[in-house]
Design a protein around this ligand. Structure first.
Ligand code: ADP
Ligand code: MG
Length: 349
């Protein structure tokens, strides 16, 4: 019997919470915080802002409203669930004929290809056939046979997509390919929202989408960064944190399998799959990436989750601006590993 569970936020999931901020002396001089919420991408988005002392809080609210409009517009254009999105258009027609996309979507595809190459194929937006095979899109499924897995993985791989940046056309070189921006869209959406806030003169804001990605604009008044607590994925006690980090003009994302999964024969399979094997990833409990922007942290948390410890270490050696926190299963107990971070201060080395 196949039981599907898409539970919302649960207490013991890997989630990112924020410690109560004591805003200190500077806070009295600042306007806010102003908090705005909005539902998009099947989750809740929150924007928390501080303004200059003489700022009108309505100006902050208007900036957030504009940011939400931009996020909705992006979702409408790239969601694989929307019948009239460019993603649906590509998925329907790009195996038959060249499909023309707007320049920002071409850029998104090229960025996705770049990260696929950098992560040795651990991250791949053409993951759709594997997600479908396991039943993630409908919420229930079967354990696929080796033949089915082989057949689906043959249709996955951004190297099987031909791009013509000059004419902005996309061609799938294999039939049955399917693009899914689910591992990158939220980060990109928050980057766009942060840019809109900055255009409105907002210098201090924290934007988060669900509990998985946070983008920090500046810092709260009187502080050097936004303090983020990362909750333990394995300890369901209250206030069990694995790390506390400060981020400023940076982004943080966490991927895990405890939040979204399907159940097949009593076994849970998380919604992050390895494009190379077609199998849901099982190696580590959670992966957090801290990077200069939201697109990158969203991509890399998913990629590190697939790559596991050693490949993540190698990646972070080549990209020292990227920090990572992995929770790995060991024989005895889960262990938290900090990469490119000083473990005592939890800050950048
Ligand atoms: P969340 O959206 O819950 O924050 P992630 O950012 O880790 O989680 O993205 C998971 C989503 O990314 C999946 O639901 C699926 O749409 C897509 N995905 C799954 N595996 C991969 C992968 N290896 N590479 C790229 N995208 C993936
Ligand atoms: Mg992601």
């Amino acid at each position: 019997m196949f039981n599907t569970i898409y539970k919302k936020r649960i207490a013991w999931m890997v989630c990112v919470t924020f410690i109560t901020l004591c805003f200190g002396a500077g806070a009295a001089l600042a306007q806010g915080p102003v908090v705005m919420r909005h539902v998009a991408m099947a989750t809740e988005i929150e924007i928390l802002m501080f303004g200059a002392p003489d700022a009108e809080s309505e100006v902050l609210r208007e900036a957030a409203r504009e940011a939400f409009v931009a996020m909705d517009a992006l979702e409408a254009r790239i969601s694989r669930f929307r019948q009239d999105s460019f993603t649906t258009l590509m998925n329907r027609e790009a195996a038959e004929r060249p499909v023309t996309v707007p320049s920002d979507i071409m850029e998104l595809l090229l960025a996705a290809r770049r990260y696929s190459e950098r992560t040795g194929g651990a991250f791949d937006v053409t993951i759709g056939p594997i997600m479908k095979l396991w039943g993630f899109y409908v919420g229930s499924g079967n354990h696929p046979s080796p033949d089915e897995l082989r057949e689906a993985t043959a249709r996955v791989g951004i190297e099987h997509v031909a791009f013509e940046p000059a004419s902005r056309t996309v061609i799938f070189k294999r039939p049955g390919m399917h693009i899914d921006f689910g591992g990158i869209a939220k980060g990109l959406a928050l980057d766009r929202a942060a840019a809109i806030l900055r255009d409105h003169g907002v210098e201090s804001a924290r934007l988060n989408v669900g509990t998985s990605t946070i983008v920090a604009v500046g810092a709260p008044p009187g502080k050097s960064g936004w303090t983020v607590d990362i909750r333990s994925p394995y300890n369901n006690g209250e206030d069990a944190y694995i790390a506390t980090v400060d981020i400023r003009n940076e982004s943080l994302s966490t991927s895990s399998r405890t939040e979204r999964y399907i159940e097949i024969d009593g076994q849970r399979y998380g919604h992050i799959v390895d494009p190379r094997t077609g199998m849901p990833t099982t190696g580590i409990l959670s992966a957090t990436a801290i990077t200069p922007n939201g697109l990158e942290s969203d991509v890399l948390s998913t990629a590190f989750y697939v790559m596991g410890l050693e490949a993540t270490r190698d990646y972070c050696k080549s990209y020292p601006e990227v920090r990572a926190i992995l929770v790995v299963e060991t024989e005895n107990a889960p262990e938290t590993i900090f990469i490119n971070m000083n473990q005592d201060s939890r800050s950048k080395e």
